[in-house]
Design a binder for this molecule. Structure first.
Ligand code: NCD
Ligand code: ZN
Ligand code: ZN
Ligand code: ZN
Length: 430
């Protein structure tokens, strides 16, 4: 049916090398990694001077549907994703109403089937109590150990154990709210939600994991790591054979609590952005492999709210994800191999996503073409509704010139092509 030849570019091999050969896509899949230039196809893309990278998996986004369309929405979030070179997202369940039941999950899936521009998967919002979850068809159960929706936090070891027994993948907002400080004399965000809330959460997760029988070994994801402590914990738990994974977000790599102290709400996020030492540990973790993958935690709030008197927490970064992470390759801080792992492969492993772990024969045609550019800043071309955004002043060195989802061009550096919907992702290759 539909075929595309991408010629003259260099593509990122999953082993971390850039390869000069022509890619052939057919019916949404990568079918040949070394196609003859003469191959007859419906379409030819000349990628001269460009790099062809795997489309990023962003396993942590808040597109805010249902319930808060004014903050973003599946379509607007999808555009921001395409612009950032993201071809697959996992959307978080802290909606209005929270995505807690099979019925709500099905309703939310119907919205994504109708509107999603990129590939997508959903999580289930777990509940406080020894609840039986008769739910399948989710990427993971999400455990909020601090309140993040209308529901109370889940921060009792027994309840966490119960969830770990029922789901093959469990993702944690690992901040235990019982450590939060309500003393009105404490005013700074990172002091009200101190590091002890993170380390205390890890203690409970570890306790719950140790209670499981040997034949129950769920994948555990520590979302949005913001401390050096989480990196040490992961390493120790891995050594003991637990299947633990750590995600961090670009804002923890680019900023510190000093930025928050200077500029306030624009840097207000949960968990809080912490010290320069935490930042450098996380950056080192990119290179060493202690950080498994990147999720943006794209958490959009409109400027009126961010600039208001009670600004909500959340930073929206998906729109620049690929150039933000290419900065670390460009400066020599991470290898191409690490880029591959951080942006697709390890999230695919942790969340069991088939066919989207990089540029391999048989995988889906989820690709992003980038070009080295003059240094630029995102300031004046913002798609997300979250325009009060700390990334607007960051200097970037690559531009996304083309984003393909399932072998279909969805963005060309200036326009979006929105006819085709993204696919639901999962453990079986569709
Ligand atoms: C997120 C949101 O706004 O939904 N906010 C945030 O500060 N990260 C919730 C979350 O990821 O914990
Ligand atoms: Zn969270
Ligand atoms: Zn989040
Ligand atoms: Zn397939």
């Amino acid at each position: 049916m539909n075929s595309i030849l991408i010629k003259n570019g260099q593509w990122l091999h999953p082993a971390g090398k850039l390869i000069s050969s022509n890619l052939l896509l057919q019916d949404g899949h990568i079918v040949d990694l070394d196609a003859a230039l003469q191959t007859r196809t419906d379409q030819i893309i000349d990628a001269a001077g460009q790099l062809i990278l795997p489309g990023a998996i962003d396993p942590h986004v808040h597109f805010r549907e249902p319930g808060q369309l004014y903050k973003e929405g599946i379509v607007q979030g999808g555009r921001a994703a395409l612009k950032g070179g993201v071809t697959t997202v996992i959307d978080m369940p802290n909606n209005i109403p929270p995505c807690t039941t099979a019925k709500r999950l099905e309703e939310k899936k119907a919205l994504f089937r109708k509107k999603a521009l990129v590939n997508w998967g959903l999580m289930l919002h777990s509940r406080n109590g020894n609840y039986h979850y008769p739910v399948s068809g989710v990427m993971a159960a999400k455990v909020y150990m601090a309140k993040s929706s209308a529901l109370p936090a889940v921060n009792k070891t027994g309840y966490i154990e119960n969830i770990l027994r029922q789901f093959p993948v469990v993702a944690f907002h690992a901040e235990d709210e019982s450590f939060f400080i309500s003393d009105p004399a404490v005013v700074q965000h990172h002091e009200k939600r101190p590091r002890q809330a993170v380390t205390g959460a890890l203690v409970k997760i570890e306790e719950a994991l140790r209670r499981l029988p040997a034949d129950i070994k769920p994948n555990v994801v520590i979302c949005h790591m913001n401390t050096a402590d989480e990196l040490f914990w992961l390493e120790r738990m891995r050594r003991e054979g637990f299947k633990v994974f750590g995600e961090t977000a670009p804002h923890y790599l680019y900023f510190t609590q000093e930025d928050y102290l200077r500029d306030g709400a624009v840097f207000k996020v949960n968990p809080a952005i912490r010290s320069a030492q935490d930042q450098s540990a996380l950056r080192a973790g990119l290179a060493s492999g202690r950080v498994d993958f990147i999720g943006t935690d794209h958490a959009p709030h409109p400027p009126a709210e961010k600039n208001g008197t009670a600004p909500p927490s959340g930073i929206a970064g998906i729109e620049w994800l690929t150039p933000l992470m290419l900065n670390f390759v460009d400066s020599g801080q991470i290898s191409w191999l690490r880029y591959q792992q951080l942006m697709t492969e390890n999230a695919a492993k942790a969340y069991r996503i088939a066919g989207r772990d990089g540029i391999r024969q048989g995988n889906f045609g989820d690709l992003v073409l980038v070009q080295k550019s003059e240094a630029w800043q995102p300031a004046d071309e913002i798609v997300t509704h979250a325009a009060t955004n700390p990334f607007t002043k960051i200097t970037l060195h690559y531009k996304v010139t083309l984003t393909l989802v399932n072998g279909i061009i969805k963005y060309n550096g200036s326009e979006f092509f929105e006819q085709a919907r993204g696919m639901e992702i999962g453990p079986a290759h569709g």
